[in-house]
Design a protein around this ligand. Structure first.
Ligand SMILES: *Cc1c(COP(=O)(O)O)cnc(C)c1O
Length: 491
């Protein structure tokens, strides 16, 4: 097993401390005066070390990681883009740090105003009428949106509608959210152009369909040009249209899901609207709906009367899906981002995102197999190297990219191809950065011919080289004890 940095437990020395507390102001209330039954029998196993060692430890660990601020991060279906520093500056202002969710409504009018304004900005950008900022993530937004869909049918006493159509190119969270919501997902095939196959769709439509979940442009980076027809068919069959707007970059300033016929959508603020992804969170997945569904949006809601904001909990709503109003500081950052760009610049997001993806696609298509030709949206998908004779596979290419100080694209997704490489450069990358990435990808294609073993054994410069993925999946090291056991085994 590769050992890079000692664990914090391994630099622990008995008795070493990193703090000194002031003398207690009320010595009569100390641990010694606590009821014996409240005390733990054994001391917790906490590391003991100095402040300097703690700082070194975490700084060193942070260097083993790779983020959007280390280099190009072209993960597809995941919009990893620039997190502007002005967002952080505003979000860390003391006035926002001291907020408490139980403050009186009259003392948080400004915050509620931001909620209201961001909600209206998202409405303008998406063409849906009303938003809730409460969901914590994209998948959470999907669940919220599907709960709205389900309740819409139930409120009309139409209990048969329990099936949700999901194209085979969809993000894995779509069928998962449907299942969590108690609905059944039914897969719809894509045609050779990577779009929904209309005949498969027609065959699947009946009076048990609650709706369809679509991503447009879909996860192949292809725009569903039949969307108007799809919307008509699904609506005529009594279903609703759900829009997965996790990565909405391509649409900003160009097109709106509301105008395409969608009834419900979620938007990932941690993708399209530049807030950090964090270590799996915190995120924000606001959900928007058309007017006829607005009464179902989750509680609590921010409402306005005569310039005064108040909070409403409605009985008609699907209920409450988050502790308060979601991740306030995340949606605050998105609000700052939208204001920073302004009306005149936000319309460039879509065109630049599309331009960058097409530039990369066109420059790489001689070396990497392009299964779906033609114009793409914000991301493009290759199916491995053109020259398959070298035995170098997508995984090897992805690992080799790491050696050049960049993150790998998404690989082996979508599942429509065997060697998928899905690249989303985003609108915030410069021509210089794109050219560097293209050069590296071309260099790897040459290496695959001339020295395939170099690529197959990559990465060579990262803290951990190629891992045995099967072994790692079978023998997971998730706790300190697992780690110690694994070490014993290899000794
Ligand atoms: C990222 C993503 C999701 C899920 O969003 P999370 O915030 O990770 O839950 C859903 N759909 C698509 C297309 C995505 O790219």
């Amino acid at each position: 097993m590769v050992k890079n940095t000692p664990l914090i437990f391994e630099i622990s020395e008995k008795g070493r401390v990193g703090y000194s507390l002031p003398k207690p102001l009320y010595p009569e209330y100390s641990v010694d005066t606590l009821d014996f039954s409240l005390l733990r029998e054994e001391l917790p196993n906490l590391p003991e070390t100095s402040e300097l060692n703690v700082i070194r430890h975490f700084t060193n660990i942070s260097k083993l990681n790779f983020g959007v601020e280390n280099g190009f991060y072209p993960l597809g279906s995941c919009t990893m883009k620039y997190n502007p520093k002005i967002n952080e500056e505003i979000a860390s202002m003391g006035i926002f740090n001291r907020l408490h969710p139980y403050q009186s409504v009259s003392s948080v009018q400004g915050v509620l105003k931001i909620y209201d304004e961001l909600q209206r900005m998202l409405s303008n950008l998406s063409g849906l009428d009303e938003f809730s900022l409460n969901p914590y993530a994209g998948a959470h937004g999907e669940l919220t949106g599907l709960m709205i869909m389900k309740k819409y049918h139930e409120d009309r006493q139409d209990f048969k509608r329990t099936k949700v159509l999901v194209p085979d190119s969809a993000h894995g969270t779509n069928p998962a959210s449907a299942t969590v919501c108690g609905l059944e997902s039914v897969e719809i095939k894509s045609n050779i152009h990577g779009k929904v196959d209309l005949d498969s769709l027609k065959a699947a439509l009946n009076d048990e369909i609650a709706g369809i979940m679509l991503t447009n442009p879909n996860t192949l980076g292809i725009f569903e040009s039949d969307i108007a027809e799809i919307a008509k068919l699904v609506h005529e069959a009594g279903g609703l249209l759900y829009y997965d707007g996790a990565n909405m970059n391509a649409l900003l300033g160009v097109s709106r899901p509301g105008d395409m016929g969608f009834d419900i959508c979620h938007i990932n603020l941690h993708k399209t609207f530049s807030t950090p992804h964090g270590g799996g969170g915190p995120g924000s997945g606001p959900v928007g709906v058309k007017k006829h569904l607005a009464h179902l949006l989750p509680n609590p809601r921010v409402k306005k009367q005569d310039e005064y904001f108040y909070i409403e909990n409605s009985k008609e709503a699907i209920g409450q899906i988050s502790s308060f109003f979601g991740n306030f500081k995340v949606w605050l950052r998105a609000y700052v981002y939208i204001l920073t760009l302004g009306k005149e610049n936000i319309v460039n997001v879509g065109p630049y995102a599309v331009l960058n993806a097409n530039y990369v696609k066109e420059r790489l298509k001689e070396d990497y197999l392009l299964p779906i030709k033609g114009f793409c949206m914000h991301e493009c998908v290759f199916d491995g190297l053109v020259d398959q004779s070298t035995g170098v596979r997508t995984l090897d290419v992805a690992k080799r990219i790491l050696d050049f100080g960049m993150h790998a694209p998404t690989i082996y997704f979508p599942l429509l191809f065997h060697q998928s490489i899905m690249i989303e450069p985003t609108e915030t990358e410069s021509l210089l950065a794109l050219n560097h990435f293209v050069d590296v990808m071309k260099k790897i294609a040459v290496e695959a011919k001339e020295n395939p073993d170099l690529v197959k054994s990559a990465p060579h410069t990262t803290p951990i080289s190629r891992i045995d993925e099967v072994f790692a999946a079978k023998r997971m090291i998730l706790t300190y004890k697992d780690y110690l056991d694994a070490q014993l085994d290899t000794e």
